[in-house]
Design a protein around this ligand. Structure first.
Ligand code: ADP
Length: 411
């Protein structure tokens, strides 16, 4: 049983084809620069097969998906003899608002609810929808599912998701904390409980998803009870180019003084802030870490601010959950940066966190593990995230009836 997973961004399409009998990756790739000059498709057979690039014009998402499907059945580069071998397609959908607390099979109601959420995620939900519409046209009989970034955080209590604004803004506009990266926080917290050999229902895990976007979540007994991203993916941790938490009055001050429009301030906070804005050097932590701590004062400062914010959230989420069993680092930075992990975890022994610095140095590039000292009360774990696999698994559970098609709840 093969399942195709699609993650359609505004100008990209990520795809992975899974054989669900053994959960192996048959093919994967990325369509770059959809609808722009210089578009191309990087495609590989298997999870780690050789990458080859197809330089071809990709005019829109439908065209991109069509070209991906053709690659999958192409004699030389493909892995299928016919598209009938794809039983279902799972889509990553960024925002499901308050309507979705689980993954669902796509029907007209779901499509209309995802459209209703466009206002919450104007850059993300429209390309997600384009992907769904393209598959409906290209493979009209195939079942499709939507797996939402926000769904896992729908368990947050009101005290965690409400902002202290006039209540009308929640009632009328649904302004509240939604949280993102839910698929990753779900996968990683579950895996962390497995690594600790404690039942997920009893585990208290703090998951730090540190990639291009960064968020942290408190997962208590298998449910998200708080998370750092908010109404949009701008709140919380310092990110590559996003500022994370700031005093909201700063926005008004800058807008007035520099006469910025709403679009311009949005751009400043989302695209020119974070470690890029602080260092003036790069949004990529690999660059800032090169030669650390002797690279530059600004690179060190950016790394310090970035790591300090994570540390502050870890402390607060321990308070939220009345302790925790483990802190799990994941995604590009979390899985690969011993430097960030060491700055974050230094001098947290008061809270029971103690890492073994040698183990920390050795744990990266796909290595998973517990990097704590034997006596640490709170374990520090490095866990590889796999959002695509979760999407494929949910899709399989939906089409085989283990999850309710409309709520995503176990049947
Ligand atoms: P996304 O959020 O797009 O899924 P990833 O989880 O792939 O992103 O993370 C990408 C980020 O991971 C890059 O911006 C890069 O800064 C960081 N990264 C990758 N490898 C390393 C490394 N070895 N050291 C530090 N940071 C790394």
């Amino acid at each position: 049983m093969n399942i195709l997973v699609l993650n359609c961004g505004s100008s990209s399409i990520k795809y992975q084809l899974f054989d669900m009998r053994n959960k192996s990756v048959l093919a994967k790739g990325l369509v770059h620069r959809v609808g722009m000059n210089g578009s191309k498709i990087d495609h590989r057979k298997g999870d780690k097969g050789d990458k080859f690039t197809v330089n071809e014009e990709v005019i829109d998402h439908k065209d991109g998906i069509k070209k991906v499907l053709n690659l999958l059945i192409c004699k030389e580069k493909g892995v299928l003899s016919s598209l009938d071998e794809i039983k279902a397609v799972g889509h990553r959908v960024v925002h499901g608002g308050e309507k979705f607390a689980g993954s669902v099979l796509i029907d007209e109601d779901v499509l209309s609810a995802v459209r209703d959420c466009i206002g919450f995620a104007p850059l993300h939900n429209p390309p997600n929808l384009k992907g769904i519409e393209a598959v409906t046209e290209l493979m009209p009989t195939v079942k499709q599912s939507a797996v939402f970034d926000t769904a896992f955080h729908q368990t947050m209590p009101q005290k965690a998701y409400l902002y202290a604004l006039p209540y009308m803004f929640y009632e009328k506009e649904k302004i509240r904390r939604y949280g993102f990266h839910g698929t990753s926080h779900r996968f990683v917290s579950k895996r962390a409980a497995e690594m600790l050999k404690i039942p997920y229902e009893r585990a208290k895990i703090i998951t730090c998803h540190l990639g291009n976007g960064c968020s942290i979540a408190a997962v208590d007994g298998g449910v998200s009870v708080d998370t750092s991203m908010g109404h949009t993916p701008l709140e919380g941790l310092v990110m590559g180019t996003r500022c994370g938490d700031i005093d909201p009055a700063i926005i008004l001050f800058i807008m007035k003084k520099y006469e910025l429009s709403p679009n311009e301030i949005d751009n400043l906070l989302n695209k020119h802030s974070g470690v890029q804005g602080l260092s003036g050097e790069s949004n990529d932590l690999r660059d800032l870490e090169e030669g650390w701590p002797n690279r530059s004062e600004k690179a060190n400062m950016a790394l310090d601010v970035y790591s300090y914010r994570i540390r502050k959230y870890i402390g607060s989420y321990m308070a939220v959950m009345n302790g925790c069993n483990a802190i799990a680092f994941t995604a590009g930075v979390g899985e690969n940066s011993p430097i960030v992990r060491s700055i974050v975890c230094k001098e947290l022994d008061f809270l029971g966190v103690k890492i073994d610095y040698d183990l920390n140095e050795k744990t990266w590039r796909g290595v998973e593990g517990d990097i704590s000292t034997p006596d640490a009360k709170v374990r520090t774990l490095v866990v590889g995230t796999n959002e695509e696999l979760v999407i494929a698994e949910d899709t399989l559970d939906l089409i085989q009836g283990r999850l309710h098609p409309k709520t995503g709840k176990p049947v």
